[in-house]
Design a protein around this ligand. Structure first.
Ligand SMILES: O=C(O)c1ccccc1N[C@@H]1O[C@H](COP(=O)(O)O)[C@@H](O)[C@H]1O
Length: 214
């Protein structure tokens, strides 16, 4: 049995938070991006954060956030990490990290080998990198699309900082994804939902069981 660490992202209600915590997730993610079906308000996130057991990492996902949103989150939600899921440059990643005084995880989209150098660049400035599928050009969302990429591209690759695999993971494919890539951490959102934005406790449990057994 591996010690795969799991992030359940896009939680919107106390039931989802409890399901993820009970299933053994290490990170719980909250999305602050109005276009997302998983978007939560700052007030809602503040409430949900109270339900998170101590020791679990509360991750705030933002997309090209301005300083006003970052400052509001910092003042009102007890986050443990921020996930940058937009077009933030390495300079902006460093700036956000300093501004918030929190660890920052930068999401990088991968579709082919040309996308791999960006992972090395962001690994110099972020605390963690999230290796996600690159969204299609016409996608409404920059992530959370349930799309995976060719895992062979990163098989047994290592970076200067811890990293997490994301993109189209499900209870059915997560074990294979872990075996092919050597990922020690995995992140899922749409793969544990019964409908966009609606987390399913059984799928969360099955995902965590499969990831840990990989
Ligand atoms: O989940 C969203 O709605 C979302 C919105 C904006 C940026 C990222 C988003 N989700 C993140 O995308 C990856 C992969 O998600 P999936 O498992 O393929 O659905 C994950 O990190 C989500 O947190």
């Amino acid at each position: 049995m591996s010690q795969t660490r799991i992030k359940i992202c896009g939680l919107t209600d106390p039931k989802g938070v409890a399901a993820a915590a009970n299933a053994g997730a290490a990170y719980l993610g909250f999305v602050f991006f109005p276009r997302s079906p998983r978007n939560v308000s700052v007030a809602r996130a503040q409430e949900l954060a109270c339900d998170v057991p101590p020791g679990l990492m509360k991750v705030g996902l933002v997309v090209d956030a301005d300083d006003a949103l970052l400052d509001e989150l910092s003042a009102r939600v007890p986050l443990d990490m921020v996930q940058l899921h937009g077009h933030e440059t390495p300079e902006r990643v460093a700036e956000v990290r300093t501004r918030l005084g929190l660890p920052v995880m930068k999401a990088v989209g991968v579709a082919d080998a040309d996308d791999l150098p960006a992972l090395d660049a962001y690994a110099q400035v972020a605390d963690q990198i999230l290796v996600d599928a690159k969204p299609p050009r016409d996608a409404t969302l920059p992530g959370g699309n349930g799309l995976s990429f060719d895992w062979r591209l990163i098989a047994n690759r290592r970076w200067a900082v811890p990293w997490m695999l994301a993109g189209g993971l499900t209870p059915e494919n997560v074990a294979e994804a872990v075996r092919m890539t050597g990922a020690a951490q995995v992140d899922v959102s749409s793969g544990v939902e019964s409908a966009p934005g609606v987390k399913d406790a059984d799928l969360i449990r099955n995902f965590c069981t499969a990831a840990k057994a990989a």
